[in-house]
Design a protein around this ligand. Structure first.
Ligand SMILES: Cc1cc2nc3c(=O)[nH]c(=O)nc-3n(C[C@H](O)[C@H](O)[C@H](O)COP(=O)(O)O)c2cc1C
Length: 145
């Protein structure tokens, strides 16, 4: 049975809404999906999954959240992510998406198999973004075939 993990950090719930919508898209395809806040996730939740979605808002000065998400992503450096289809998403406010561009570049440099450019939204995701999140979930599920 295929399984997909959605791992996210969210301080005020915006990225969490995106995570739930990505998971909903996966679930609609019949693929098993687990949604985990990053403090409840382990490396095995990534390495044993058929595909993974990571969500994190822009924090600090255009960086990943530094106490939980950044160490989690850092710990995956050196792991072979080339066989695990991956998507990145997250919310921001006043910036221009720099944190996501850098996150995408970082994962690409590590040989990750991104199935889509990072999906970003300013503050609370509106209906159209939630639809995109669901579509990304569907795409991620089909990328595991
Ligand atoms: C400490 C802190 C740092 C932030 N840094 C940035 C930033 O560098 N660039 C940006 O566009 N937004 C920044 N934001 C805004 C958040 O990314 C934005 O509020 C986002 O919607 C939060 O998502 P969440 O609800 O999933 O936590 C920051 C917010 C906080 C609280």
């Amino acid at each position: 049975m295929k399984k997909i993990t959605v791992i996210y950090w969210s301080g005020t719930g915006n990225t969490q809404k995106m995570a739930d919508a990505v998971a909903q898209g996966v679930a609609e395809t019949g693929v098993d999906v687990k949604v985990l806040p990053v403090d409840k996730a382990s490396k095995d939740d990534v390495l044993n999954a058929d595909a993974v979605a990571f969500g994190c808002p822009a924090m600090g000065d255009e960086v990943l959240e530094e106490t939980e998400m950044e160490p989690f992503i850092k710990a995956l450096e050196g792991e072979d992510l080339s066989t695990i289809p991956l998507v990145l998403f997250g919310s921001y406010d006043w910036g221009d998406g720099q944190w996501m561009r850098e996150w995408v570049a970082r994962m690409n440099a590590q040989g990750a198999k991104l199935v889509e450019e990072g999906l970003i939204t300013q503050n609370t995701p509106d209906k159209s973004i939630l639809v995109k999140c669901r579509e990304i979930g569907v795409k991620l599920a089909s990328a595991t075939v």
